[in-house]
Design a protein. Sequence first.
Length: 553
Amino acid sequence: MKKITLLLFIIFSQTIFSAGKITETEKLSATCKVWGFLKYYHPKVAGGEVNWNDQLVEKLPKIEKAQTKEEFSLILENWIDDLGPVKETAPIAVPKDVKFFDKNFDLSWFNNKLFSKRLSKKLKFIEDNRFQGEQFYIYGVENAGNVGLRNENLKHPDFTYKNSKLRMVFMYWNLVEYFFPDKYLMDQKWDITLEKIIPLVIKADNQDDFYEVMRKLVSKINDSHTEFYAYTNAATPKIRNYFPGYGKIIDDKLIVTEILADSLAQADDIKVGTVITKINDKTIEELIAENRDFICASNEPKYLDKLAEKILRSYTDDKIKVEFFKNDNYETKTMVWYNYHDSHRNEFKKGARKKKEKFKLLDHNIGYVDMGVIGVKNIPDMIEALKNTKAIVFDMRNYPKGTFEAIGNFLNPQEKKFAIYTHPDLSYPGRYKWSEGTSIGFDNKEYYKGKVVILLNEKAQSQAEWTAMCFQTAGNTTIVGSQTSGADGNVSIFDFEGFNTQFSGIGVYYPDGRETQRIGIIPDIEIKPTIKGIQEGKDEVLDRAILFIETGK
């Protein structure tokens, strides 16, 4: 009986000990959250009285040694206590006219199973008595509503030192956690992304591997505004060479849509409509699959658009093997791609300089405006030329030049609101405040009476999407085309020493609260270019718009 009792005691003791164990990823993930929370909430840290980045690097070795949840929790408790007492100021008054947006806000991790009750209570007390002054590490961009960085240690990490790399990752993760307005729309919960990225950060022992991990982290926020630019060493600059044309991915093939350098393209018999099936022995389908972790996009059309741009440039002087599909046969060529800035720059400039008309009159009294080239100074002439047409097609498969107000006023008989926004609340990080929004138009008896048609596709991003929302206020507007980029609003830019990245800085919604992030502007008539149409030189989207204008269908 004594032996059985002793055996049960040993098993029970081992179970208790095992239950208190904690993995490295669990420790580091929880530390990242606590560190980031204190950075923006604790009066002493958010007020800039301590060097919070250095403190993280100093504390990580102690955290690494913690074997149990109890040991880990005690380290965090002592860290908070070392900052000194937090003055009790609760309840903090909230202005009556402020309407909060809380889909991003979640501090439920205070009750993490790894934390003692004392630690959870300390965190909650700091939330209730949070810093209310001017944030030391973050600021609101004037007249924009998004955020910028200041007083940060932005130097690139020592890639062989784990804690230095973690500091950079923790900094970025918390920027997104508290100041990315569309966090709630990510495919993968941001907490899970942190847990998955930490082991990869630890393994990355050189600059290239670390930047690859950062690209994977950045790509998970699903925002077409987001890019990741790693700076190169000035002593060994990277070469960037280009295929002599632009392309679009359709049905797992890359179709040439525009020639950038005529003679270079002619040398390899490349023309608009040429079909590319492989680059350096990889099919387009394989390239689509292998780049998903490295390109950030709000939706699939924009991902394919960004990918097409990426795979048509090269970072070496090596010749590129390209497989084409021509006349029902596959043909492989070894091509030389050139830099825009080398001896062939004039060839690329010629392609870029091909003149585009700002506006024109099409057949059957239909106006056409290229929103990518028309400027504010051209609007009076455009209005005078097209005001008596039966319809105007505004081609916004591009990036407009700030002409929304002049054109929006022309299209509307009265003032109408077209967008509302969410802005980060720096006094309560993680929460957002609704703005009153933006309106267009005035009492205008001379407004345009014809049909308004807007052409959109995945190239339409940010200002293009916002301008489309503005033009939709005209009651006779029809959207023709396909899903847009799904990234609207001002951009928050973060310029680290080794890399630069950015994300959408404010939330953008229709006045009735409908989302635009990731969804984009939804077409009333969906139409996409086909390989056959491109090869025949057709603009199938414009053709469909004209058909609608003529038939109403």
